[in-house]
Design a protein around this ligand. Structure first.
Ligand SMILES: [Zn+2]
Length: 120
């Protein structure tokens, strides 16, 4: 026999699950936007880097220091992007293959696309 309490506690746990799902979805959306912003930043930085190389070639200027600086900043940005993507994977219970970028279940041992061993 189902008592009022059973129904109530069941309804409550469903509501809690739904709430958790919703906040996870919001978080994933937020992280995806963050990743997209970072990708835009990286694209702009790469463009800047290209322009710097082009202009230095034309003007025969020494920009080695500047280039090093740009590359360091890019490395930092890429590292941040990897972290954000890893967080998204965590929420989705997925792991991204470092070799080919394919999404795999987080309990997968080998990548389903390229077959490389996944480290997770
Ligand atoms: Zn792969």
């Amino acid at each position: 026999m189902t008592t009022f309490d059973d129904v109530f506690s069941k309804a409550k746990s469903v509501a809690e699950t739904a709430g958790k799902k919703t906040s996870e979805m919001i978080e994933v959306t937020r992280l995806k936007l963050q990743a997209a912003e970072m990708e835009k930043d990286i694209a702009a930085m790469l463009e800047g880097l290209g322009r710097l190389v082009y202009e230095s070639r034309k003007e025969d200027a020494d920009v080695a220091g500047k280039l090093d600086d740009c590359c360091l900043k890019l490395d930092e940005r890429y590292a941040e992007l990897v972290k954000v993507r890893a967080k998204i994977d965590e929420y989705r219970n997925q792991v991204t293959c470092k070799n080919c970028g394919a999404q795999n279940a987080d309990d997968a041992v080998y990548c389903k696309r390229c077959g490389v061993k996944l480290s997770n």
